[in-house]
Design a protein around this ligand. Structure first.
Ligand SMILES: [Fe+2]
Ligand SMILES: [Fe+2]
Length: 371
């Protein structure tokens, strides 16, 4: 029997391995992962029957090609520590960096696991062989990713209790089409984030303060394939990417980009340690994600519009105001919090109303990870 989630060939096996290690898990890390705010990773549920009814015949050739690639499992065994895993001196790490980096790991682990839980449930409930096979393969990958981040956290003496999270975390219901937009984007932005950090550290190895970044290249290729799968699912029904749904696409693009901006700006020490300017990094990730999403979405956001950067800054200041209000507490705190929330809503509306750029969507969605 496999003893590491990296060698697991199914999601069930991967999760069972993690479960056996859960004795080491810390309450604090799990409590952080349990948080449900606008900015933290959520767990999703959907109308699984509607999803199961998809017919992939219109994209059959691309579909079979992608599934064959995933079935071949190029990353089996990759997600475990080996002799290139350098020793991490957690005690010597600068406290602010340690705090932000652990927060980054917990939030990434929760996001990976959120994908795992949703995909696993789809695989369990579905009857459509095409759909269940895809979701089984994606759940397998996400279980490995979450497990690997937990391995890294364990060295710092903490880990997220994934079994507990599955039982206790709140699930947000999204209609299947919203699952497609949100999940497609989170897979593609995940790819863009991981590859941007990986390439930056390849050029600046002295900034690699933790070995996990060495694993990001193969890692992001998994996310790339997951994104390809959702692009194909959307391609089966042209209605999903036309008419009023284009407004929904714009909404999800804006929400995903804006959330990333605010979250990343909450971790200044982390980005400073990597030697990355947070605004540069954000723009780079938005640019890559926009380019990739042209494969299926008929619009991209105008991230070079002067109102874009300005809107993001206002949103970020509003999020600081909300946090201040929460910390202060009492009636005064509540008022500060509400004022911040109103400011954030206005800033979001301002971003949403920036005219989008339209383009022709290619006949075939298929892309290769070229960054
Ligand atoms: Fe993942
Ligand atoms: Fe993924």
């Amino acid at each position: 029997m496999n003893v590491h989630s990296a060698d697991a060939t199914t999601v069930e096996e991967g999760l069972a391995i993690q479960e056996r290690q859960a004795v080491l898990d810390s309450e604090t890390a799990t409590a952080v992962a349990m948080q449900d705010t606008l900015l933290t990773p959520r767990f999703y549920t959907t109308d699984f029957e509607e999803l199961d009814a998809i017919n992939v015949s219109p994209v059959r050739a691309d579909w079979d090609h992608l599934i064959a690639e995933m079935r071949a499992d190029p990353n089996k065994g990759h997600f475990k520590k080996d002799d290139t895993w350098d020793h991490v001196d957690w005690d010597a790490m600068e406290p602010e960096l340690k705090k932000e980096f652990i927060d980054f790991l917990i939030s990434s682990c929760t996001a990976e696991f959120s994908g795992c839980v949703l995909y696993k449930e789809m695989k369990r409930r579905g009857k459509n062989h095409d759909v269940t096979e895809l979701f089984q393969l994606m759940a397998r990958d996400e279980a490995r990713h979450a497990g690997f981040i937990n391995d890294a956290l364990r060295e710092a003496g903490i880990a997220v209790n994934l079994g507990f999270l599955t039982q206790a975390k709140k699930y947000t219901y999204f209609r299947p089409k919203f699952i497609y937009y949100a999940t497609y984007l989170s897979e593609k932005i995940g790819y863009a984030r991981y590859i941007t950090i990986f390439r930056h550290l390849e050029a600046n190895p002295d900034k690699r303060f933790h070995p996990i970044f060495k694993w990001f290249e193969e890692w992001c290729n998994d996310e790339f394939r997951h994104g390809e799968a959702f692009a194909l699912l959307m391609k089966t029904d042209p209605k999903l990417t036309s008419g009023v749904n284009v407004w929904w696409i714009k909404f999800f693009l804006t929400a995903v980009f804006a959330t990333m901006h605010v979250r990343d700006h909450q971790r200044p020490a982390f980005h400073a340690a990597l030697g990355v300017d947070t605004d540069w990094y954000g723009h780079e990730v938005f640019r890559k994600t926009s380019d990739l999403s042209k494969q299926i979405f008929p619009i991209t956001l105008d991230i070079d519009h002067p109102r874009w950067a300005k809107g993001l800054r206002v949103l970020q200041r509003a999020s600081i105001q909300i946090d201040e209000g929460k910390r202060k507490g009492g009636i005064g705190g509540k008022l500060t919090e509400w004022a911040g929330a109103a400011r954030a809503a206005l800033a979001f509306a301002a971003l949403y109303t920036i005219p989008a750029k339209r383009h022709e969507v290619p006949v075939s969605t298929r892309l290769e990870p070229l960054y």
